[in-house]
Design a protein around this ligand. Structure first.
Ligand SMILES: [Zn+2]
Length: 403
């Protein structure tokens, strides 16, 4: 067997749990070819890998699936007011800056990001460029422009639609543009502009959300809904969206519906803390964030009690929320009551399901793409170990290694 890499004698978090004992993972042709007990590896395989420089010794480290951030904005700068930055740039400048943000994510062990909103569909173009090998970066699943009502949340990258006919036109426009996920604004938000929206405003109407979701699903594309207020969340659940982003005012009844339907909650806890407290954030936004951060943690507890699957998304790029911020989000999930293994699953196996890519990424399992990371220590006891990434493989290519 000609192995591209042999990662020998490592602890493994497989996307769900820490495996017993040490294992050896064989990568071949970009995929995870085999997972063997470390003591059962043929000496010839180890010898061959060593002599070709393709043997990576575990040395007490833990191997995990490459991390997945379900909510980023690669076009946003993560400064105090990213919308203001966008307004000063040409699209070319924004795109080039975004390439750097993607690289920073990848270098931190985040091998896949879902980008939920970019002007001019720039994140779709960046996703294609990475997939083609033009520029390095993480896998990117991008929505491009967000479908919003006229005057709705995130107007700077919104495609404004009013009524079912325009909503249908809008979703078809984004699918034609190459969107791999459809993003909708179902309620108002916290950051973006000084006036004109409140978090419990209902934005896209039930009939608009329904036709968008039907059409996306017909094409095998998932729908991610920005929804903070209770009524907007109900509208999303009625429409059958796939993920609820933020979800601050989630009720127990809504959580039961989500658990039954398999809808995933991506709470994005960290960004609201940052917007509430980071220096320089516009006051209109920090005041709105401060008013809802406590309810946000409660929403996560309600979801977890009801058995809702929770995915990790940082909203990186937002005010005070750097590229990357996924470890901070995972720490927030632990702070909200998830055991470390659940918080890690939120950024691996469950995140892959949220993308519809569970047959490709999100687990250390034979047959899946070899998107893998090695970290110092044991992240299942302390998720802070994720800050010590030493190696990153992307489809079997070793793209980050110790200097
Ligand atoms: Zn966002």
């Amino acid at each position: 067997m000609a192995a591209n890499y042999v990662i020998h004698d490592v602890a493994i978090f497989d996307g769900e749990r820490l495996l017993d004992g040490r294992h050896t993972v064989v990568i071949d042709a970009g995929r995870i070819a085999d997972i063997l007990p470390a003591g059962a590896v043929p000496a010839s395989l180890l010898g061959e890998a060593r002599s070709s420089g393709r043997l990576v010794a575990g040395d007490g480290r833990t191997l995990l699936p490459g991390l997945i951030d379900l909510h980023v904005h690669l076009t946003w700068s993560a400064g105090a007011d990213p919308v203001a930055t966008l307004a000063l740039e040409t699209p070319e400048q924004t795109l080039l800056r975004s390439v750097g943000h993607g690289l920073a994510q990848r270098d931190a062990g985040i091998t896949t990001v879902r980008d939920l909103g970019s002007p001019h569909d720039l994140a779709i173009r960046l996703a294609e460029a990475v997939a083609a090998g033009w520029v390095p970066g993480p896998r990117i699943v991008a929505s491009g422009r967000t479908l919003i009502m006229t005057g709705g949340h995130d107007p700077f990258w919104g495609l404004m639609v009013d009524g079912p006919a325009e909503a249908l036109k809008g979703v078809r426009t984004q699918l034609f543009a190459g969107a791999q996920v459809i993003k909708v604004s179902a309620t108002g938000g916290v950051y973006g502009r000084a006036a004109g929206e409140a978090v419990d405003d209902v934005e896209l109407l039930p009939e608009e959300l329904a036709i968008i979701t039907q059409q996306a699903h017909r094409r095998g594309v998932k729908v991610a809904a920005h929804a903070i207020g209770e009524e907007g969340i109900t509208n999303c659940l009625d429409a059958g969206v796939d993920t609820i982003e933020h979800g601050h005012f989630l009720t127990r009844e809504q959580a039961r519906r989500m658990a039954d339907a398999g809808t995933i909650l991506v709470p994005t806890l960290f960004v609201y803390q940052q917007v509430a407290g980071a220096a320089g954030v516009p006051e209109y936004a920090s005041a709105k964030a401060r008013a809802i951060v406590e309810r946000h943690r409660e929403a996560v507890a309600i979801a977890r009690d009801a058995g809702v699957r929770i995915g990790a998304g940082s909203d990186a790029g937002s005010p005070g929320t750097p590229h990357p911020s996924l470890v901070e989000e995972i720490e927030c999930l632990v702070g909200a009551g998830l055991p470390p293994t659940e918080a890690l699953a939120a950024a691996t196996s469950i995140a892959a399901e949220a993308l519809g890519l569970e047959g490709e990424i999100g687990r250390v399992r034979a047959g899946l793409a070899a998107d893998l990371i090695l970290v110092e220590g044991d992240p299942t006891t302390s998720v802070a170990a994720l800050r010590h990434v030493t190696h990153v493989w992307q489809s079997g290519r070793l793209t980050v290694r110790p200097m």
